[in-house]
Design a protein. Structure first.
Length: 255
């Protein structure tokens, strides 16, 4: 790769880290950039190398959020382990499932997210008046960890976004807290998928490590922006990213 190619990937990794820390969906920035610069890579190699970057960026976001947002680690840590196992299972199933079938379904889900956030402006901006019961939290968090963890391993785009929306709508948490919780589970799913890809020899470690440095910088800046500007800012970014994901997936599927 040329110096310009490396520069493009570093910029893309930084932008992906920022977006991923705020609302998820950073993979839709970095994965196309990897495939553009290195079209000779297999989809598995591109996804695997992106996971190296994502693990470090997500970990940085978790640390940044955890310093400002009180999190229930007794629930989130076991749920993150479940997300890791589910993501590894999803990565293992990639070759067995026609991923093209998933894209229209995900597009419909993303459009639904955009409509929901637009028509119900209080979602994620105001915490629920009545906190959810511990049982409800356990059910929602672990169900999300299993379902979205598997999705992260088999396809991936928008995993963090789906976590955030699930927590905001089903638990009534505001967007900043939802994003903090989502990052913990997303870290688990990233680790699980990366573990599988590493064992199967698909990871380009040098490229992944270089992009990881920039991704961490973007993740720290993004999580700080979310904490400083609050739920209203996250809501706007969420809508922009969701629309971008719909357009990107539509172009991939039908373009």
């Amino acid at each position: 790769m040329t110096a310009a190619d490396w520069g493009l990937l570093m910029v893309a990794a930084t932008a992906a880290g920022w977006v991923d820390a705020v609302v998820g969906g950073g993979g839709l920035i970095l994965l196309p950039a990897i495939l553009l610069v290195a079209p000779q890579l297999s989809p598995q190699a591109a996804l695997a190398t992106n996971k190296v970057t994502a693990v470090f960026g997500t970990a940085a976001a978790v640390v940044t959020f955890a310093r400002k947002v009180a999190l229930d680690w007794k629930i989130l840590v076991p749920a993150a382990v479940l997300a890791a196992v589910a993501a590894a299972g999803g990565a293992a199933a990639v070759s067995l499932i026609d991923r093209d079938l998933f894209i229209p379904i995900i597009m419909v889900a993303l459009v639904g997210v955009a409509v929901l956030v637009t028509t119900r402006p209080t979602i994620g901006t105001v915490a629920a008046a009545r906190p959810p019961t511990t049982r409800k939290i356990l059910v929602v968090v672990f169900l999300a960890a299993g379902c979205f963890g598997f999705y992260d391993g088999i396809l991936g785009p928008g995993t963090g976004t789906f976590f955030i929306i699930a927590f905001a709508t089903l638990l009534g948490t505001e967007f900043v807290r939802s994003a903090a919780m989502a990052k913990v589970l997303n870290l688990g799913s990233n680790v699980g998928a990366l573990t599988f890809f590493a064992v199967t020899g698909h990871v380009l470690w040098q490229l992944g490590a270089a992009m990881a440095v920039c991704n961490v910088i973007g993740a720290v800046l993004g999580s700080r922006a979310a904490l400083a500007r609050g739920a209203g800012f996250v809501r706007v970014v969420l809508l922009v990213v969701v629309i971008g994901m719909v357009v990107r997936l539509g172009w991939q599927q039908f373009g």
